[in-house]
Design a protein around this ligand. Structure first.
Ligand SMILES: [Zn+2]
Length: 283
């Protein structure tokens, strides 16, 4: 059966900090509800290039989104475009660069901050444009979208962890405490999502270094967490997908057959059973 999916991208969250500071998520892991994998992000370890990698399964060098200032629509098939072609609905509470990649570019805050447009790839959107926009507001925006629109696929993208890392570095109380706060916010919503049968992936675009930046190949910049929750996952300990396989794996969970994206079969259960006929939309 196709499933509903929530993807949480915690911007700038390093693997080790997630493992040490996200007590609620670690509690779910101990209980057997979630499984934690260590992923290596693609390069460069920067935000906009890796948003595109997560949502399309294409590396930055191949997608052409190789730095943060590239301000254009994605020219790849994405989870959003494949979902729309399959007749599914999507929503996002996220930084405005996602609106620029998949809806309209450049971002016009008056027009785009609150998006309700079935013609767009992200049909229901609440976008923000300040790195300091509070994470708890992002979660509220997302939960409001979820309750009002019941989307098949929802992206949630808080920015405060990355922002804290740019101010104080990865080895700082400010960075760690911001991670703890996001874990606390997740504990307000995840029990409902779990109860309602969502498949949840919680990951990051890239990590953070102690120079208050990221972009290179240091382990703290490249090693990122992936928590998976739901019956659609195998929960095998050695099934860690590549970052480029998140897109295809989510398409499988959504039941989008023929998506053509690389996927991590081991991280999922019985992918054949999840498939529904895929009929591309007329262009
Ligand atoms: Zn950053």
């Amino acid at each position: 059966m196709p499933k509903k999916v929530i993807l949480v991208v915690l911007d700038g969250l390093a693997y080790t900090t997630a493992e040490q500071c996200m007590g609620y998520l670690q509690g779910l892991k101990t209980q057997g509800t979630s499984t934690l994998y260590k992923l290596q992000c693609e390069l460069p370890s920067k935000s906009r290039p890796l948003y595109e990698t997560i949502l399309t399964g294409v590396t930055p060098v191949l997608s052409g989104i190789v730095h943060n200032d590239i301000n254009r629509n994605s020219n790849q098939q994405s989870i959003f475009s494949l979902a729309r072609e399959a007749g599914l609905t999507s929503a996002a509470a996220a930084f405005h660069w996602f609106s620029e990649l998949y809806n309209r570019s450049p971002y016009d805050p008056v027009r785009d901050r609150h998006t309700e447009d079935l013609e767009q790839l992200i049909q229901h959107g609440c976008f923000y444009h300040g790195d300091h926009y509070p994470d708890n507001y992002v979660y509220l925006d997302a939960e409001s979208l979820r309750r009002r629109h019941n989307p098949d696929f929802m992206l949630i993208h808080p920015m405060n962890i990355d922002n804290a890392g740019h101010h104080e570095g990865v080895d700082s109380s400010h960075y760690r405490n911001t991670v703890r706060i996001s874990d606390g916010e997740l504990s307000k919503y995840l029990p409902t999502w779990i109860e309602e049968g969502y498949q949840v992936l919680i990951t990051s675009d890239h990590g953070m270094n102690n120079d208050k930046s990221h972009g290179g190949i240091l382990p703290e910049e490249r090693d990122i967490p992936l928590y998976v929750i739901g019956e659609g996952f195998s929960h095998q300990p050695d099934a860690a997908p590549k970052q480029t396989e998140l897109c295809g794996s989510i398409c499988e969970l959504l039941g989008i057959a023929g998506h053509g994206k690389p996927m991590a079969a081991k991280v999922l259960v019985d992918t054949q059973a999840l498939k529904i006929p895929y009929v591309p939309a007329a262009v």
